[in-house]
Ligand binder design. Structure first.
Ligand SMILES: Cc1cc2nc3c(=O)[nH]c(=O)nc-3n(C[C@H](O)[C@H](O)[C@H](O)COP(=O)(O)OP(=O)(O)OC[C@H]3O[C@@H](n4cnc5c(N)ncnc54)[C@H](O)[C@@H]3O)c2cc1C
Length: 427
């Protein structure tokens, strides 16, 4: 890997997401050698992926080069590498570009889509966890309308214009709202010769509440917003399969659709060597103690989505969201330095700063610890918070200008099929 030997202890971080970057920043200018490994050379701001999928933003504005984050840090090395295995006994990581020994290892590899073992859903549905996946979805949505315009088969046309989103958490809700706005504001202009009123957006939720992690008030209001936008919400319906044409459910209800988006679950992206037995929970997250130390191993830590710290208040660990990841990354930075100074580490205490979701123009719901509000003000708060946490001044400016432009013009100019996507159906 061409990493020079150093008199400083070597800390390897796997993953340049929210947790890995927060940790790296804390370790800058310290007497340690830091090697950050990621299979992408950019950090992805996942909360805005749905805007890439729906043509609201260009992918470049929500991704940021990891090398640029680290450029002024001495003793920092970045390698574009996919980590295949962790050898806990020999203290080394094995990657597609070679092996590297560590003194301390921090796993911050995030999460991946959970299909709960359903092969047909995994094979035929669309995911939205990465920039390439979001671009695939953007292409597919636009290609569907181009095809709908050409076909004379009414059945096929309806299926092409029928969208099914499974999972009504923030991702599903935000995507459904954005698609409904496209149907209302963009499709009639772009496809005047197509009856775009026939386009349907279905949001399917297995439980009886959308945004189930939020307050009842936020959930109810989001439901009202979505219904006003024309989204059909199906609660207490569990999707059981999708062959690329028909979505089946646990009831008689079926959907004929060319596009099913799976936003119904994530699991930890634990890496071989730490992905079985005593190391992981049922959700494939690495079990850690209150210092984010992997249970049973002193020099390996896990932070962010991939870590499960079970406490009395949170028996299933912290929510898989940006805030716990950032807070754990920052504290572990301090704790590693304390460990090197032979001082006791500080336990992690999560400061819940609230949750929010947007449904569309002027419509958002915000639950702060002591204050819950919905509507236009919530939407401005949602935009401010997302701009604040986006990495890079250019990205903040580009996203801000795009939002202002889209707001004034009722537009989404990134509706481009740059990289055509062809779905290969599998049974
Ligand atoms: C569509 C979507 C919308 C979301 N919306 C919100 C929201 O509104 N608010 C909120 O708080 N949270 C939201 N989240 C969740 C939030 O993005 C995650 O909780 C957060 O990204 C977790 O940070 P992390 O650092 O643990 O992992 P990530 O940010 O996922 O970073 C993990 C990194 O590890 C790298 N990696 C993984 N495996 C390997 C490997 N084997 N080798 C090398 N590199 C590897 C990945 O490339 C990635 O860069 C959303 C997530 C998604 C997908």
């Amino acid at each position: 890997m061409n990493i020079p030997k150093s008199s400083f202890p070597r800390i390897i971080i796997i993953g340049g997401g929210f947790a890995g970057i927060a940790l790296a920043k804390k370790l800058s200018k310290q007497e340690v050698q830091v090697v950050l490994l990621d299979k992408h050379n950019y950090h992805t701001f996942q909360p805005l992926l749905y805007q890439v999928s729906t043509g609201g933003l260009e992918p470049d504005s929500i991704a940021y080069p990891i090398r640029k984050v680290l450029k002024d840090f001495p003793n920092f090395f970045f390698r574009l590498a996919n980590v295949k295995e962790i050898n806990t006994e020999k203290n080394k990581v094995i990657t597609n570009i070679g092996e590297l020994k560590f003194d301390y290892l921090v796993v911050a590899s995030g999460s991946k889509t959970n299909f709960f073992g359903n092969a047909s859903i995994k094979a035929n549905s669309m995911e939205m966890k990465t920039v390439p996946q979001s671009l695939n979805l953007r292409s597919l949505i636009l290609e569907n309308f181009e095809e709908a315009l050409l076909t004379t088969d009414l059945h096929e046309r309806n299926a092409l214009m029928n969208f099914v989103i499974v999972g009504a958490g923030p991702t599903g809700v935000e995507l459904a709202g954005a698609l409904a706005e496209i149907k209302k504001g963009i499709l009639p202009k772009d496809y005047p010769d197509l009856d775009t009123r026939l386009a349907q957006i279905n949001l399917v939720q297995s439980g009886d509440k959308i945004l189930k992690e939020m307050s009842d008030k936020a959930s109810k209001k989001a439901e009202d917003f979505l219904e006003k936008l024309g989204v059909q919400i199906w609660k207490n319906v569990r999707v059981t399969g999708y062959d690329g044409k028909i979505v089946t459910t646990n009831s008689d209800l079926t959907f004929e659709t060319a596009t099913m988006v799976w936003a119904a679950g994530v699991k930890g992206a634990a890496i071989k060597g730490l992905d079985s037995g005593q190391f992981v929970s049922r959700g494939n997250r690495i079990l850690v103690n209150q210092f984010n130390q992997v249970k049973g191993v002193d020099n390996i830590f896990a932070i962010g989505d991939v870590a499960q710290m079970e406490t009395e208040d949170l028996p299933c660990g912290h929510p898989m969201m940006a805030q716990p990841a950032i807070q754990q990354g920052k504290l572990l930075g301090d704790n590693l330095l304390r460990l090197l100074d032979k001082k006791p580490m500080k336990p992690f205490v999560y400061k819940d700063k609230g949750t929010m979701a947007t449904v569309g123009r002027n419509k958002a719901v915000v639950d702060l610890p002591n204050f819950k509000f919905q509507g236009v003000f919530a939407w401005f708060v949602w935009m401010f918070v997302h701009l604040f946490f986006l990495i890079g001044f250019r990205n903040k400016m580009v996203v801000f200008v795009n939002w202002v432009y889209n707001y004034i013009r009722f537009d989404r100019e990134a509706r481009l099929i740059i990289r055509p996507y062809k779905k290969k159906l599998k049974s």
